[in-house]
Write a protein that binds this ligand. Structure first.
Ligand code: RP5
Ligand code: MG
Ligand code: MG
Length: 279
């Protein structure tokens, strides 16, 4: 994966704006592209959202780029990003759209993605093997996103000051167990179970996400962590319920043919390799 692709398709998924389409070799900022003049899009729905930055030219907005800015993390996992005309430049290069699009933060927008896995089993409890590779089939907990209808990891944004470990649990609870609509008793049980199960995870990926919402001045980054239920008797046997920005949830067989949201199939592949599973 040399250059980002999903944030360079003709259409931006919101606001009816079009990205400028240009060849891969012009993606890096240090390659001259003299008549590069893409449209600008800043979603009007972001104004007055407490979790979003103000407009870039708002006089009282004095962000500390490439630093912890109070409890807002403006540090990229990928190293230092450049600032041009007072705006952060996408750390992976041009996207064909200026502004921050629908993203809340200028610069990096930090997310966390729980990759919850179990083995595919038959009714009598035996592991299922893929006939082509002869390797056991790993399943992951997948959600269908409301915004794009694509299947994805149940991830979400790290709130200011929040530990990534807390984001991983909160987002899994919200999107795969519908914690926002659970009664207090169920919520307490789910929190306890997820707290125990998420106490040991394996970091699969940390860095840039090729997210369709990315722009020249705002982009997604994530930490993807694998939580594996080897025996299938913990989260693996728990009833899943979609919630919040997820409209469906299911255990999905991991295979390279899965077309998932953003860079999520890459994270899933890393999990399959880690466990010696079919890919
Ligand atoms: C992706 O967007 C991340 O990998 C994460 O899954 C997700 C976070 O955004 P929301 O789900 O909160 O929209 O880039
Ligand atoms: Mg969420
Ligand atoms: Mg989400």
């Amino acid at each position: 994966r040399m250059v980002h692709l999903k944030c360079r398709s003709n259409f931006y998924p919101f606001g009816g704006v079009k990205r400028l389409v240009f060849p891969d070799n012009l993606v890096p900022w240090n390659v001259a592209f003299n008549d590069y003049n893409p449209e600008e899009y800043n979603s009007p729905s972001l104004s007055n959202k407490p979790w979003a930055d103000p407009p870039i030219d708002y006089p009282k907005f004095e962000p500390k780029w490439n630093e912890m800015d109070g409890n807002v993390n403006r540090v990229s996992h990928m190293g230092a990003y450049m600032i041009s005309d007072g705006r952060p430049l996408n750390i992976k290069g041009r996207t064909g759209l200026k502004g921050r699009g629908v993203l809340g933060r200028w610069g990096p927008n930090h997310a966390a993605d729980p990759v919850v896995t179990r083995w595919k089993r038959s009714d009598d409890g035996r592991n299922q093997v893929d006939p082509s590779t002869n390797l056991p089939i790993l399943q992951f907990c997948a959600i269908q996103r409301r915004d794009s209808n694509e299947w994805a990891l149940p991830g979400g944004m790290v709130d200011p000051g929040e530990q990534v470990s807390a984001t991983l649990q909160r987002e899994f609870l919200e999107e795969a167990l519908n914690s926002l609509e659970s009664n207090p008793a169920k919520l307490a049980r789910d929190r306890k179970m997820i707290g125990d199960f998420f106490s040991s995870g394996y970091e699969l990926y940390k860095g840039y996400v090729d997210d369709p919402r990315n722009t020249d001045n705002a982009w997604m980054e994530t930490i993807a962590v694998n939580f594996h239920d080897e025996e299938g008797n913990l989260v693996g046997k728990f009833p899943l319920r979609a919630g919040d920005d997820a409209k469906n949830v299911q255990w999905m067989d991991i295979d390279q043919s899965l077309g998932l949201y953003a860079s999520h199939s890459y994270f899933i592949q890393t999990a399959a390799m880690l466990h010696g599973a079919h890919w």
